[in-house]
Design a protein around this ligand. Structure first.
Ligand code: NDP
Length: 281
């Protein structure tokens, strides 16, 4: 039977570490502040923003909420970002995605000062990751590295296969595994014979966005399987990109959905907020 990688417990551990560091900073008179901007009232975004606020409260980070109406113009949003970029008391700026259709997401994300880009989406931070310089790293893949390390999974020298090449998950995931000295292959919708490639993986990361697509036929015996996907199935229950029932008996360790990768994203956001203070100094 596979070992279950407990994302909930590891995320709690990271949040506690952040809380201790924030308390230490407070004792030295340093406050950590995150500005969270939401445009419109997309219900899923409201839930995510609420969860981020709660995590900030737990860790001791001051959060500033900017809940802007759906009709906010691109230039109004850019003005707010410019103001927050200039404020010395704001360490992190996060714009909740997706933005309404009339706003150019790329333009907005690029406008955030790279030293305050706690989501790690700014081209400067992506470039820094690419060439191994310090910077913010996208929270979900950074969380996956923590899941692996804190579960005692050795990455160096391992065959790592990432399914998906998005800017938010797949590409930074591949770069991080490479940084940890994994031998990395990135696959995508144009990959020929996907199963042949994924069956080579010692560590398989599924970020394909297709419910339960990765069945036992894609997995080598004894592999470590990380499931990034989040979907609701026909019974409104959460499931991932991996068909847990068929894959679990085959692999050595696996992340469940829910309770695997999901909780790590906010924990790593908190970690990035704490790190932001040092990066800005
Ligand atoms: P995207 O839709 O941006 O990317 C999906 C990737 O999968 C693309 O690179 C695509 O290839 C590839 N792909 C699609 N179909 C196939 C196929 N049949 N075979 C091989 N590759 C394929 O998704 P994201 O990266 O943003 O997210 C992936 C999943 O992770 C989603 O389920 C999302 O909900 C979840 N997620 C979870 C998070 C968490 O906190 N747990 C955070 C972020 C995402 P191509 O580039 O060629 O189109």
């Amino acid at each position: 039977m596979a070992k279950l990688i407990d994302g909930k417990a590891i995320a709690a551990q990271i949040k506690d570490e952040c809380r201790d560091r924030v308390a230490g900073m407070k004792a030295e008179g340093i406050e950590v502040t995150l500005a969270v901007i939401q445009v419109g009232s997309d219900p899923a975004s409201t839930v995510y923003v609420g969860n981020k606020k709660k995590a900030c409260e737990y860790v001791g980070i001051r959060s500033l909420a900017y809940e802007l109406p759906g009709e906010t113009t691109e230039s109004e949003l850019l003005e707010l970002i410019a103001e927050l970029n200039g404020r010395k008391d704001v360490n992190g700026i996060l714009v909740q995605l997706p933005l309404p259709g009339h706003i150019d997401e790329e333009k907005v994300l690029d406008a955030i000062d790279a030293r305050k880009d706690v989501d790690g989406f700014h081209p400067q931070n992506v470039g820094a990751l690419c060439i191994g310089k310090p910077g913010f790293v996208s929270c979900t893949p950074a969380g996956i590295i923590q899941l692996l390390k804190r579960s005692g999974v050795e990455i160096a020298g391992k065959e790592c296969v990432v399914i998906g090449r998005s800017n938010i998950v797949g590409k930074p995931m591949a770069l991080l595994l490479l940084r940890e000295n994994g031998t990395v292959t990135v696959t995508h919708s144009r990959t020929k014979d996907l199963q042949e490639v994924t069956k080579r993986a010692d560590i398989l990361v599924a970020a394909v966005g297709k419910p339960k697509m990765i069945t036992a036929d894609y997995v080598k015996e004894g592999a470590v399987v990380i499931d990034v996907g989040i979907h609701r199935n026909e019974n409104n229950k959460l499931c991932g990109d991996v068909d847990f029932e068929s894959v679990e008996p085959l692999c050595s360790a696996i992340t469940p959905v829910p309770g695997g990768v999901g909780p790590m994203t906010i924990a790593m956001l908190m970690n990035n907020c704490v790190e932001s203070v040092a990066l800005q100094q």
